[in-house]
Design a protein around this ligand. Sequence first.
Ligand SMILES: Cc1cc2nc3c(=O)[nH]c(=O)nc-3n(C[C@H](O)[C@H](O)[C@H](O)COP(=O)(O)OP(=O)(O)OC[C@H]3O[C@@H](n4cnc5c(N)ncnc54)[C@H](O)[C@@H]3O)c2cc1C
Length: 392
Amino acid sequence: MKQIVVAGAGYGGLRAVEKLSKRSDIHITLIDENRYHYMQTEVYGYIAGTKDIDEITIDLESWCEGFGHNVSFEMAKITHIDHEHNRLSTDKGEIAYDTLMIATGAHTRFPTFIEGLRQHAFGVKKLERAFEFRHRFEQCVKQKLEGDNTPIDILVAGAGLSGVEVAAEMAYMLERYRHALGKNVERIRITLIDACDTILPGLDPFLIQSAQKRLQKLGVMVKTGAFIEKVEADRVTFRNGTTQSYTFMIFTGGIAANSGFVPEIFERNQFDQLKVEDDLRLVGADNIYAIGDVAEIVDKRGEPLPPTAQVAEKSAEHAAENIFRQLDGGPTAPFHGEIDGLFIALGGRYGAAELFFLRFKGMSAYYAKRLVTYIYTLGLNLRVNAAYKTRH
Ligand SMILES: Cc1cc2nc3c(=O)[nH]c(=O)nc-3n(C[C@H](O)[C@H](O)[C@H](O)COP(=O)(O)OP(=O)(O)OC[C@H]3O[C@@H](n4cnc5c(N)ncnc54)[C@H](O)[C@@H]3O)c2cc1C
């Protein structure tokens, strides 16, 4: 029986396993360094306290058990690929494969040219960092509840999708806490900073304007064209020499791929994303695919697609189909990925959306995003329930 290994249990990895499991003549091993699947797209709610841990994580062992016999889970950190002998090294030992799909995503990239950034800022790409950040936010609220009236400044550096969502949700929660904290709530201030001249750089003007208006309404201070040069324990210094004090800071300004375990001979771009052929196989490899954030994936015109859960899932599905084609002795097919739309959560029951030719905002956009998340988590939960039923 052919052994297919899926490395990384994020959005792409799970979609790949779903698709691959349709065939009974292969065995699929899913590997992840964590025992849970972490839904990063929902982390804005977790940080602000509107979502709980069970709404952003899924137990991978149970999820894999839900497929029956041809899917298994290994919790291990991958450290190296021996592509000549089709073996992975992990902190728990070696794992052999016939075909490998690399889906290990990305981590927050703290640019080294910003002095002190890594030391002082939180990222949200890992659950433990989001957990610490949530804890800090809760502590601020508690401090204010107890009557402390020193100002607290929360900086969100990076006004892309994740930065905007996190800033908006925290600001919305502060609005809700007004009844509990009174005027003291105004002593917790949120500032969203970006080096670009706009928030949500590269996105549709409708989304940018909707987000700007909403952030303003929620009292978030937005500083664009502000390049952070240095971060110290209690203040940041901008390139123009001005400074801003802060209490704690989150950095959502960029990512780098988790590709350190892939041999150097495989090409990558400046974000460490692996270069792939149009069929999503690594350049120069016959039986190794790379999908999602870890790969540089381009659209029909050759333009890089943004690192999103949507692209991770679509590329995973396509790579799984190509694995089937190879198993059947046929040629692989090129991937023509596109973004169908984008939903942005903008605090509380408010959002903005772009879906094919439609643009809308407000509660409808929020519920549209919720529906997508609901369908996604329902699928995962049904699989876990299937495992519980067979156990008991
Ligand atoms: C706050 C925030 C909001 C976002 N909002 C949206 C949104 O609204 N819509 C959208 O489409 N996208 C959104 N994104 C982006 C989206 O989350 C990512 O693009 C998506 O998670 C990429 O999926 P992936 O499968 O490639 O990798 P990931 O989901 O990052 O999964 C990678 C997996 O690989 C594992 N792994 C890594 N290295 C190793 C190793 N060496 N050994 C073993 N396991 C390893 C990790 O533990 C992880 O489980 C958001 C991201 C953030 C941070």
